[in-house]
Design a protein. Structure first.
Length: 141
C-alpha cells in the first residue's frame, strides 16, 4: 500500500499541492501494514477498518478539499483547474480507499481461514478416533 503513495511523494502531481493528504495516507498505510512478523493486520484492525472506512473517506476528502482551496488561493493555475484537480484527488482517494479495503478484507479472511484450520484439526482427529472405535465395536459385537 505504501507503494501506492510513493508516486505521489516524488514531488509531482497532487502531492505537491496536498502534502498533508499524502502524509495522512502514508500514516494509514503504516497503520494497516500490521505485524511485521506475521505480515497480517489481524482481525481487530480489519473489523475496525470495516466500520470506520466511511468516516475516514469523508475526512480524506475534506482534507483534500481544504488543501486544494488553500493552493487555489496561492496559485491562479490551481484556481483555474480547481474542478479537474478536485475530481482527480477524489478519484485518487476513492481508489486508495478501495485498495486498503481490499487488503483489510483479505487479511480478515486469511486470518479466519487460519483459525478454521486450528479449530478443525482436533475435530478431524476426534472423528478418526470415533470411526476406529465404531469399526472395532461393530466387529466385536
Amino acid at each position: 500500500m505504501h507503494v501506492f503513495t510513493e508516486g505521489c511523494t516524488a514531488g509531482n502531481g497532487l502531492a505537491t499541492l496536498m502534502p498533508n493528504l499524502v502524509e495522512r495516507l502514508d500514516v494509514m498505510a503504516e497503520e494497516l501494514q500490521g505485524c511485521k512478523v506475521t505480515q497480517s493486520i489481524g482481525i481487530g484492525r480489519s473489523l475496525r477498518w470495516t466500520f470506520t472506512h466511511h468516516f475516514t473517506h469523508i475526512s480524506l476528502l475534506l482534507i483534500a478539499r481544504h488543501e486544494l482551496k488553500r493552493a487555489a488561493r496561492n496559485s491562479s493555475v490551481v484556481s483555474r483547474d480547481y474542478k479537474r484537480l478536485s475530481r482527480a484527488a477524489s478519484k485518487f482517494i476513492r481508489d486508495y480507499m478501495s485498495l486498503i479495503g481490499r487488503v483489510a478484507q483479505f487479511s480478515f479472511y486469511e486470518r479466519l481461514f487460519a483459525l478454521w484450520h486450528i479449530l478443525h484439526l482436533p475435530i478431524f482427529l476426534l472423528m478418526i478416533v470415533s470411526a476406529l472405535f465404531h469399526v472395532l465395536a461393530v466387529h466385536m459385537y
